[in-house]
Design a protein around this ligand. Sequence first.
Ligand code: ATP
Length: 345
Amino acid sequence: MEVKINNIRKEFDRFAALNDVSLNIASGELIALLGPSGSGKTTLLRLIAGLDFPTAGQIFFGEEDASRHSVQERNVGFVFQHYALFRHMTVAQNIGFGLKVRPSASRPPKSEIKKRVSDLLDMVQLSGLENRYPNQLSGGQRQRVALARAMAIEPRILLLDEPFGALDAKVRKELRRWLREFHDRTGHTTVFVTHDQEEALELADRVVVMSQGKIEQVGSADDVYDRPQSPFVFSFIGESSHLPVEVKNGTVLFQGEPIGISEKTDAAGDLFFRPEDVVLTDEKDALFGKVTACRRLAGTRIAEIDIANNGHDPFHVEVEVPLHAPIELGSEARFRPTRWKIFTK
Ligand code: ATP
């Protein structure tokens, strides 16, 4: 099911939790809403679900304006971080619940509910556990039951709010792969909320990066990591450093001195670069500073460098250096970005 979100605004007591948010979700897409705490991810998910209504703007499910429709009318499935399974019901009863409580006109006969529950158990790879109670399952298994329960009503769209948030790192990673595979098998339009960028980048077809009630950028993992369109996205996704620069006659100047890189148009702004997009150099035109710390990673090292700032607090940058590069604590390092972006002021 294709979902169109048009110019949504959501206010709580005059505070705009969402401000002019528009997004088109294609049928069968797996979308991640990614952003820091308070950026509006859950609010947007709740509006898509119909758990809450926008102050302004519309939400279309296909051609149908669903903006004022209830959860039931929208026929969405959702799963939250804290598996809200019914403790006194078995796995099978939990999964079948949504079908059982339907008004009698649309309730499938008992035998069909049984068949559907058994198919769903297969789908989430939990066959054999149908008679267990939630407290007899692992956290990962419980989330899969929650997912099967959400799928039981044959939702038009699946909404997941930090579905793996409460699980430990290893189980999270397993479930992440499992969800991607599950999505590819079932082809449901799926929107999930996360504040874990690794999860969003690994799992989603497109990542929606949110900040302060607005969408900053929508794109593939490559788009948001390699081609961030705002200082916020550059700093929020992955590691990065930034320095104030000027571009004069095509030459990039830091503190009035050339640093060995050029740009097409003259401007003043902030130069952003990632630790891995830097080379050490002996050239005169370069950035330089004092190495204040060195962190060893698996196959490489990160040097933290302080760049003097005319008596003010130094600028702090991080650069990746080869394991055996002659970099010592307290020594001077000279370097130059090989990929960067300048955001003009
Ligand atoms: P988190 O990652 O912490 O869950 P989020 O990105 O999901 O954050 P939201 O829960 O959507 O953020 O909240 C966005 C903003 O709206 C926050 O400032 C929050 O305090 C506010 N907000 C959300 N729900 C309500 C509400 N029912 N009443 C008042 N303010 C609310």
